[in-house]
Design a protein around this ligand. Sequence first.
Ligand code: APR
Length: 311
Amino acid sequence: MAKISIIGAGMTGSTTAHWLAEREIADIVLVDIIEGMPQGKALDLTEAMPIVGKDVSIVGSNDYEATKDSDVVIITAGSPRKPGMSRDDLLTTNAKIVAKVARETIERSPDAIFIVLTNPLDVMTYLTWKVTGLPTYRVVGQAGILDSARMRAFVAMETGVSVENIHCYVLGGHGDDMVPLTSHSNIAGVPLNKYLPKDKLDAIVERTRKGGGEIVGLLKKGSAFYAPSAALAQMAEAIIKDKHLIVPATSYLDGEYGLHDIFIGVPTMLGRKGVEKVIEYELTDEEMEAFHKSAAHVKSNVAKLTEFGLI
Ligand code: APR
């Protein structure tokens, strides 16, 4: 059985473990700094396995030794947003946490593929790549599946069509300037703009951009975790099962879309090697401009890592 370590056993980390265990994808290790919490959650999940009939080992620990020889490392450690905060507000706090997590895990699992979730996501993915020293294809961030799933859910609510028929692609940085691609989105092959009038489509795009904030505003404490963790589980499964699955994910660009030295959301093929391919969509001028604007925002945040001496 493959082994997946999830660092940060909070809402997103433990729910990721739940999805993965229920689908018998891999043995799981949950690590957190809070004493007893990862152990308690792991034991609780272990005790659910006879009910759902899955044979996986789920271990909780405060010690990184438990993560040794993982095939996939998922980083969710850090602080979530509170109402009124942007993802960028988390930068310095979470960068220190993510840098430590990356150092501790790469030392014990030099062959692992790293999936990052901690916000601000694009910056934390870049930081993980720098700290681990891994080739770019072995580090990827989760944001695009989530943002696209939000858009798909909103389109389903509006049209009443099954979510399975709705295909949406949200690219760019994981912030309010993300780029929902209406030009590539469709319902069972029919372009979205043929299905929905412009005002409805614009409202869906806007709600997608602010989707994370909408949940933070409702929860008051903490941020979304069901959909983010489902996205993480999908990515980990695609890697472990070598699926060559194309999903929007935060990958390294070396010239694609006219950008260099940046991790940002693009259509990405995931398999056992990690990022197998970055796919270049033909974007409209307007979409390309929005994508580059989002990239400039990510770059200015990455520059803060150097400014604060974090890389
Ligand atoms: N090492 C290990 N775990 C840590 C560390 C650390 N150095 N620092 C914090 N943690 C743990 C916390 O103890 C907590 O259990 O990370 C966990 C984060 O869980 P939650 O607070 O429940 O937050 P969650 O909703 O899971 O979000 C985590 O994902 O979506 C992003 O913006 C969100 O960056 C945030 C991250």
